[in-house]
Design a protein around this ligand. Structure first.
Ligand code: HEM
Length: 364
């Protein structure tokens, strides 16, 4: 598509699709032309959860909302979580070592980010399992846009849960992220309930599924590249750059949604105002105009200016946390299970989503 049809109009859905690196980077970052607000109409299903969130906000509201969470996710704040992340990883791996074989998604890549973010937000441990179900449903329903899903029952259940949690924190504030969002003020105004719901959903769903898949996709890339696995076993210091290449080569977020606020021209193609647009991050990250030998998994790639965490004002707030969790998980996996491989003959099934790229299970 990048060569033959860099900007493609899908007559059925009415969406425009953008595939080249330069164009994707521009669409993601030129917010005055390409808005993050959700498409017209009343959002249904999981769309309600994201309608008033940071990820669907434009300036000036975007900057205000973002300022409320950036403190919690600075590299310094996130580094302080490293000992706890290492401890959790050890506990999860002990379970795998005891049985000898395991589904690495179920036993490690899924629970690790969920537990970390749940602890940051003060979510009771017994409620974590419910998020797995909710986020699976929401991810499988999201097609080319945050929260276009139509599973109203799951959304209603999740909203009810968050509302109860918010009410509980209002009466008994703690040291957690939800309590600090509840007391935060922007120009003397508290966040609205839909905005609070937006934060909870973003952090609990968007952040988790993606980090799970970064860890899972990393294991898959290494299983396919035994030479790289050998190198990392000998030189664990290369793990961070290997993860950057996983982010490029198998991007956990494949696409992001925008809508044109005014008529725009992308790669010579005029696009009318009000048009829904999908920026294909996964395609940009394989663009041969930007990356030499783009189809090759190469951890020595430098510079590696992938767009896996987005670009511009919406650049992923959770990137330092995702990188840290994935690094600790991979370091522990390689040191404790050095013979790491995908179970021979295992059928690897991809998640059903046009946004999230990852495997449903990873038998190892
Ligand atoms: C935004 C990817 C992990 C929270 C984004 C965006 C991308 C992305 C592509 C940009 C969206 C846009 O331009 O519209 C990823 C990937 C992750 C990851 C690949 C893991 C490998 C996390 C984590 C958290 C998180 C762990 C939080 C716990 C957010 C938030 C935004 C965001 C709040 C919205 C930022 C804004 O609109 O200003 N992420 N993410 N993400 N991400 Fe992540």
């Amino acid at each position: 598509m990048r060569a033959a049809s860099p900007v493609f109009h899908d007559d059925q859905s009415g969406s425009w699709h953008v595939f080249r690196y330069d164009d994707v980077q521009r669409v993601l970052s030129e917010h005055a032309t390409f808005s993050s607000r959700m498409g017209g109409g009343n959002p249904s299903g999981s769309g309600q959860l994201f309608a008033s969130s940071l990820i669907t906000a434009d300036p000036p509201r975007h900057r205000q909302l973002r300022s409320l969470v950036t403190q919690a996710f600075t590299p310094k704040a996130v580094d302080a979580l490293a000992p706890r992340i290492a401890e959790l990883t050890d506990e999860l791996l002990a379970g795998i070592e005891a049985t000898g074989s395991a589904d690495l998604i179920k036993e490690l890549a899924y629970p690790l980010p969920v537990i970390v973010i749940s602890e940051l937000m003060g979510i009771p441990a017994e409620d974590r399992e419910r998020f797995k179900h909710w986020s699976d449903v929401i991810v499988s329903q999201t097609q080319a846009g945050p929260g276009n899903g139509k599973d109203d029952a799951t959304t209603a259940e999740m909203i009810e849960y968050f509302l109860a949690l918010i009410a509980q924190r209002r009466s008994q504030p703690g040291e957690d992220l939800i309590s600090s969002l509840l007391s935060a003020e922007i120009d003397g105004q508290r966040l609205t309930v839909p905005e609070l719901l937006g934060f909870c959903s973003l952090l609990l769903v968007a952040g988790n599924e993606t980090t799970t898949n970064l860890i899972g996709n990393a294991v898959l890339c290494l299983a396919e590249s035994p030479g790289t696995l050998e190198r990392l076993l000998k030189e664990p210091a290369l793990i961070p750059q290997a993860l950057e290449e996983v982010l490029r080569f198998r991007s956990p977020v494949q696409s992001m949604y925008r809508v044109t606020v005014a008529e725009a021209t992308v790669a010579g193609q005029p696009i009318p105002a009000g048009a829904p647009l999908v920026a294909w991050i996964g395609s940009a990250n394989r663009d041969g105009q930007q990356f030499e030998r783009a189809a090759v998994f190469d951890i020595d790639r430098s510079p590696n200016r992938h767009l896996a965490f987005g670009h511009g004002i919406h650049f992923c707030v959770g990137a330092p946390l995702a990188r840290l969790e994935a690094r600790i998980a991979l370091e522990a996996l390689l040191s404790r299970l050095p013979g790491l491989s995908v179970a021979p003959g295992a059928e690897l099934e991809r998640m059903e989503s046009t946004i999230i790229y990852g495997l449903k299970a990873l038998p190892a």
